[in-house]
Design a protein around this ligand. Sequence first.
Ligand SMILES: NC(=O)c1ccc[n+]([C@@H]2O[C@H](COP(=O)([O-])OP(=O)(O)OC[C@H]3O[C@@H](n4cnc5c(N)ncnc54)[C@H](O)[C@@H]3O)[C@@H](O)[C@H]2O)c1
Length: 281
Amino acid sequence: MTQKFDGAVVLITGAARGQGRSHALRFAAEGADIIALDLPGGIASVNRYYPPATEEDLQETVDRVQAMGRRIVAGAVDVRDRAAVEEFVQSAVAELGEITTVVANAGIFISGSRAEDVLDDEWSDVMGVNLTGVWHTCKATVPSMLRGGRGGSITLISSTAGILGLEKTAAYTASKHGVVGLMRTLSNELGPHRIRVNTVHPGATKTDMILNERCFNLFLPDSTDPTPEEVAPYFAAGNSIPVPWVEPEDISEAVLFLASDQARFITGNRLKVDAGFTTKK
Ligand SMILES: NC(=O)c1ccc[n+]([C@@H]2O[C@H](COP(=O)([O-])OP(=O)(O)OC[C@H]3O[C@@H](n4cnc5c(N)ncnc54)[C@H](O)[C@@H]3O)[C@@H](O)[C@H]2O)c1
């Protein structure tokens, strides 16, 4: 049976776990081959907040894609390192063919301080991964998409923090607004080549990024060992649809749609998958 993404080569950053892994599995299930990047071990400033992805996580993504009968090229690459991203993309393209689809998903989340208290390394790391890293991803992949001449889709993963001025997340909010600007310019520059560029804005999503004590303490500052069950009502109170968080797979469906032929004239859009968080605010 023909699948929606037969012949597609989909590059996903931050593919070791969470939403990135979910995207890799969803595209592979539709027949795509995958190029996966991640940074096992993480970055010191972020590791103070929540545990990083591991080499085992990235390997699990590889194993699960291969178990579906698809090809995958995976690498431990820091999206902040432009030369490393470009070198990795070139070698992956030599193996799998020109890229048709990009999901710039790698991101880090640091929160809890007012803007004037954000530390220098926190600011530069968040901007380095969430904004500069997204630009590096586009810079390394667009030439391949142009060479392929098949058009395609680039989805930049923003956040509700790319729409609202969320308090105590200044760097994250600035970075996630930044990718919207990058998306808008890219959609204009690449439209003539039938390459569509959009942002997806997840609300709270059930991954390690938010399911951790530091994040739970934003709601329950005095609790020493808060559980997901304890914080769920606080998360849910922010959404118009009464769920605390969405699943990574919910975000994958939006990304898959944007990358599909069904969305062939959808470009320059911000697609929210947030259970109503931004409209309720
Ligand atoms: N979880 C949420 O509630 C939520 C909400 C809105 C937006 N987002 C965004 O969704 C995206 C995916 O996050 P997630 O929820 O799956 O969290 P996650 O922490 O599980 O996944 C993020 C992945 O990015 C990788 N990564 C981090 N820095 C990297 C770097 N320098 N180079 C390469 N890879 C790097 C991590 O190792 C990790 O595997 C992020 O851009 C995040 O900001 C998440």
